[in-house]
Design a protein around this ligand. Sequence first.
Ligand code: ADP
Ligand code: MG
Ligand code: ZN
Length: 476
Amino acid sequence: MSYSDYESVIGLEIHAQLSTKSKLFCSCSTEFGGADNENTCPICLGMPGTLPVVNALAIEYAIKIGLSLNCTVNHNSVFARKNYFYPDLSKGYQISQFEKPIAEKGEVQFYLNGERRKVGITRAHIEEDAGKSIHQGDSTLVNYNRSSVPLVEIVSDPVMTSPQEAAEYARTVRSILLYLGVCDGNLEEGSMRCDCNVSVRKKNEAELGTRTELKNINSFRFIEKAIQYEIERQIDLLESGDKVVQETRLYDSAKNKTLSMRSKEEAHDYRYFPDPDLLAIPAPSNLVKEIESKMPELPVEKAERFCKSYQVTSDDAFVLTQSREMAQYFEDVVSRCEEPRLAVSWVIVELLGKLNDSKLEISESPVGASALGDLLSLIKDGTISGKIAKTVFSTMYEKGGSALEIVESQGLKQISDDSALIQIIEEVIETNPDQVAQYKSGKEKVFGFFVGQVMKLTKGQANPAKVNDLLKEKLS
Ligand code: ADP
Ligand code: MG
Ligand code: ZN
């Protein structure tokens, strides 16, 4: 059997909880946590005779999402009732969108191993969340706090071909949502949930294979692992003459396996119909235009601008634009020291290295952007060497303080004064006659030895360029 005879096809459905304060059709709070059923009212519990009122901010957020995914925004999209029975859905139907979603036909771009990828977006629609069933022994309790919290479901085309691509796509969508400030992107608390649809087919086949849907995966690493497992499971099935059954599966991260949850064969008939209580969604073109004019710069655009204006490589630009906070930090450092090249390596290597070690986010960095910018200015104007700067940076990171204070109080200033350096160089030449003889007989490699000695005597504080020039002069 050969896995390489097959290709996999993946499509993702991402549910993003909109970060509005109140629910989609009532004024109940959307806050996570809270006592059971605390945030409920007759409207979000679906009592007969109540009337929903649309949360205008949720619509604005959904339009922002649609625009950021390069979708067409429909001006007259409608809410539809999706009818089914389940204890966590007290109305007996979920208000969602069916025929005309708020946004459709878009595209997301990102980089995968340095290569640019595009994934088509089928649609993005608004819907309300359901409550949560809690199973305890023989009984089941229901908490409706989440009932009617606004969500946008982003459905991709079935076009991704590897688990890595799917995970990167999901990361990109999350980063876009965070840039927009419309969703907190918290996978663990369920404010972003991913369903992964997976199928396999023989490489030359035109038709898509039968898919399974992996529900609610709550980390990017698990997206990758669950899809990988599922691809292999499906190929094994086909190779042993079996069929893939269309079904919903759960990923068990402890066992790294997917398990059947429910079969999809008796395809639900949800009997969608336009919700008579809610007519067209208010998204006239002037509103869409206004929202469009206020859209923030998104990760891909920002990365492109960084490449152009700061001569950053596309890999570095990608790292720097992963979050809005990171990009802002970088730009603040640059504007402080006007040394983009130094700023790139210091932010990516030194700062992110330390933040990773101490498990901090950039927003929690003990060294602020202007403090780092000031440190880099000291390198730029020759006050300290890059090497000394690393020591200073460690002190700033661990104990606080400004770069200049630390440099002055610890006497770390670079020695650039010719007469001071010449004195040391002469001392080195005098005490090492053998090496001088070697150098003069053509062994140029010994030059490094002299540089090293000068650095040692100056505790690394000698200006390296000056040392090179002066040494050459004195040795010739
Ligand atoms: P449903 O609403 O029943 O989940 P959709 O047709 O809306 O079904 O598809 C949902 C997701 O499944 C989409 O992201 C789509 O890209 C993906 N998908 C559909 N068919 C396949 C397939 N054969 N293989 C992989 N993914 C698929
Ligand atoms: Mg689905
Ligand atoms: Zn309510």
